[in-house]
Ligand binder design. Structure first.
Ligand code: SF4
Ligand code: SF4
Length: 167
């Protein structure tokens, strides 16, 4: 029997596991949860309410809170947790380390956002989210390669989205 995904649970647990926002930065080993969580049948998928990859930033994200509070200590924590040095070879500077969320167009885009190839791609296609993209299944972007279980979940979300669109 195909497991159904409880999307809300997934979003909560995946954020704790450190996947997606931004999975590319967090390291594949943190992906402890995969497609074993069931997707709640009938729960509508709203691409506008999701981040570009299908993730949803948790309100208590360390990086987000650090940025909102402009708190250097918290920013340092996020800098280390998101492995900014390893990923971008950027030294810690509280003025340069911030993230206000994947879709927050009113705030400057930090390193995490500007380096996300999925985000760039979705914006270039004028979509709200990868769940709308017919190329998702075969998409080879780094995010999907690093987090195949996350991709499976987004593919499942897409199936549900297309079904709901057809209905
Ligand atoms: S699209 Fe990229 S920047 Fe946005 S939440 Fe997903 S991984 Fe993070
Ligand atoms: S090709 Fe489609 S699935 Fe891949 S990143 Fe771009 S919008 Fe998302």
């Amino acid at each position: 029997m195909t497991p159904l995904l409880k999307r809300r649970e997934f979003l909560i647990q995946s954020s704790r596991a450190g996947i997606a926002c931004c999975a590319v930065l967090m390291g594949a080993s943190r992906l402890a949860h995969g497609n074993s969580m069931p997707l709640k049948a009938g729960e509508p998928i709203d691409p506008k309410s999701l981040n570009y990859c299908g993730y949803k930033c948790p309100a208590d994200c360390t990086f987000l809170l650090a940025s909102q509070k402009n708190d250097p200590e918290l920013k340092k924590k996020a800098y280390e947790q998101w492995k900014i040095k390893e990923k971008y070879n950027v030294d810690f500077d509280p003025e340069k380390i911030y993230c206000f969320g994947c879709k927050n167009r009113e705030k400057p885009e930090g390193l995490v956002l500007t380096n996300c190839t999925v985000r760039q791609c979705v914006i270039s296609k004028n979509l709200d989210c990868c769940v709308e993209c017919r190329d998702l299944d075969g998409c080879k972007k780094e995010l999907w390669d690093q987090f195949p279980d996350f991709k499976k979940i987004v593919v499942e979300m897409q199936k549900q989205y297309f079904t709901q669109q057809a209905g």
